[in-house]
Design a protein around this ligand. Structure first.
Ligand SMILES: NC(=O)c1ccc[n+]([C@@H]2O[C@H](COP(=O)([O-])OP(=O)(O)OC[C@H]3O[C@@H](n4cnc5c(N)ncnc54)[C@H](OP(=O)(O)O)[C@@H]3O)[C@@H](O)[C@H]2O)c1
Length: 284
C-alpha cells in the first residue's frame, strides 16, 4: 500500500492499524503479529487507549520475528486530554517511555479541550496553545518526527496556524461516507496537512448498511474494503481497528481494485452528519 509524504518530508503509510479498545499484552501481541504479517507498517495508539506499554513490549518481540527494525514501522500516539497545558511535555515523554522508543513518528493532540473543563471554557485555547508549544519542543529535540492534531475543526486549525512555529503535519478526524467533512478536507489540502480518517467502518456499523453492501457486491469486494478504499482513493489515510485475523487481513487488501467515480459519488451522497464517536464543534 502506498505512502503519503508528510509536510516534514517523512513518509507515512496510507493504511495503518487502529488500536482503540485493544488491551492486554496477549491480545495486543496477537493483533500486531497478524497486522505485521499482512503488511501493516503503521500503528495508531494514544495514552487514553491504555495500551502503549503493551504495544512497546510486543513490538520489541515482533519486529525481529518479522525481520523488521524500528525504522520500518510508523508509530503514532496522542496526548491525553487530561494532560493539556503545562503537563504536555512530561506526558509526551511518558508516551515515548511507555512505547519504549527513542522517537515516535507522529504525536497528536488528541482533543482540542482539556478534560474536566466545559467545552465552551475559553481557557481551552490557552491550554492547547501551551500543549502545541510542548509538542514543538519535543519535535525540535528529536523525540517526535512529526506533530499534529486530532478532532480539530477548521476554526481550531486556523487558530493553530496563526500562532505556531511548526506546522501540523496531520489532522486525524472521524471521516466516512456518513460524515463527509469536505470543508475540513479542503482546508487541510490547501494548508498541506494530511487528513487521516478514524472510524472509517463506523465502529463496525457501516459494514451492515445496504447501500455499502450494494457497492461491495458490484466491486466483488467486502463492505469494509469499499469503505476503506473510498477514503484511500481520495488521498485520505485510514486506520481500521480489528481483533479478528481475517478482518485484519481483509482491511489491508485495498490496492488491487478501485472504485469508479460514480461509486465514490454514490457513497459520498450518504453524508448525514453522523458521528459514531465525538463531535468537537462546540469546543471553544
Ligand atoms: N483520534 C480519535 O479521537 C479517535 C477516535 C476513534 C478512533 N480512533 C482511531 O481510529 C481507529 C479506528 O476507529 P474505530 O476503532 O473507532 O472503529 P473502526 O475501525 O471504524 O471499526 C472497528 C470495528 O469494526 C469491526 N471490523 C473491523 N474490520 C472489519 C471487517 N473487515 N468486517 C466487519 N467488521 C470489521 C471491528 O470488529 P472486529 O475487531 O471484530 O473485527 C470493530 O468492532 C481506532 O482504533 C483508533 O486507533 C481515533
Amino acid at each position: 500500500m502506498e505512502n503519503v509524504t508528510l509536510n516534514t518530508g517523512n513518509q507515512m503509510p496510507l493504511v495503518g492499524f487502529g488500536t482503540f479498545r485493544i488491551q492486554g499484552y496477549e491480545v495486543i501481541y496477537q493483533c500486531l503479529d497478524a497486522a505485521l504479517q499482512h503488511g501493516y507498517r503503521s500503528f495508531d495508539t494514544a495514552t487514553v487507549y491504555n495500551n502503549e506499554a503493551d504495544m512497546g513490549r510486543a513490538l520489541k518481540v515482533l519486529l525481529p520475528k518479522h525481520g523488521l527494525t524500528r525504522q520500518d514501522i510508523f508509530i503514532t500516539s496522542k496526548l491525553a486530554p487530561k494532560d493539556h497545558g503545562q503537563d504536555a511535555e512530561a506526558a509526551g515523554l511518558r508516551s515515548l517511555a511507555a512505547l519504549d522508543c527513542d522517537y515516535l513518528d507522529l504525536y497528536l493532540i488528541h482533543w482540542p479541550g482539556k478534560q474536566g473543563w466545559k467545552r465552551e471554557d475559553l481557557r481551552n485555547r490557552e491550554s492547547r496553545r501551551q500543549s502545541w508549544e510542548s509538542l514543538e519542543k519535543l519535535k525540535q529535540a528529536g523525540s517526535f518526527r512529526a506533530i499534529g492534531v486530532s478532532n480539530y475543526t477548521v476554526d481550531h486549525l486556523k487558530e493553530l496556524l496563526a500562532g505556531c512555529q511548526v506546522h501540523p503535519a496531520v489532522l486525524q478526524v472521524e471521516y466516512h461516507p456518513l460524515l463527509v467533512q469536505l470543508d475540513l478536507l479542503h482546508f487541510c489540502q490547501e494548508a498541506g496537512i494530511h487528513l487521516q480518517a478514524y472510524s472509517s467502518l463506523g465502529v463496525g456499523t457501516l459494514v451492515q448498511r445496504d447501500e455499502i453492501k450494494r457497492v461491495a457486491e458490484r466491486c466483488r469486494r467486502t463492505p469494509a474494503q469499499v469503505l476503506l478504499r473510498w477514503a484511500v482513493q481520495q488521498g485520505i489515510g485510514v486506520i481500521p481497528k480489528s481483533t479478528s485475523p481475517a478482518h485484519i487481513a481483509e482491511n489491508f487488501q485495498l490496492s488491487d481494485f478501485a472504485l469508479s467515480a460514480p461509486d465514490v459519488e454514490e457513497l459520498s451522497k450518504l453524508h448525514s452528519d453522523t458521528h459514531y464517536c465525538w463531535d468537537p464543534t462546540t469546543v471553544a
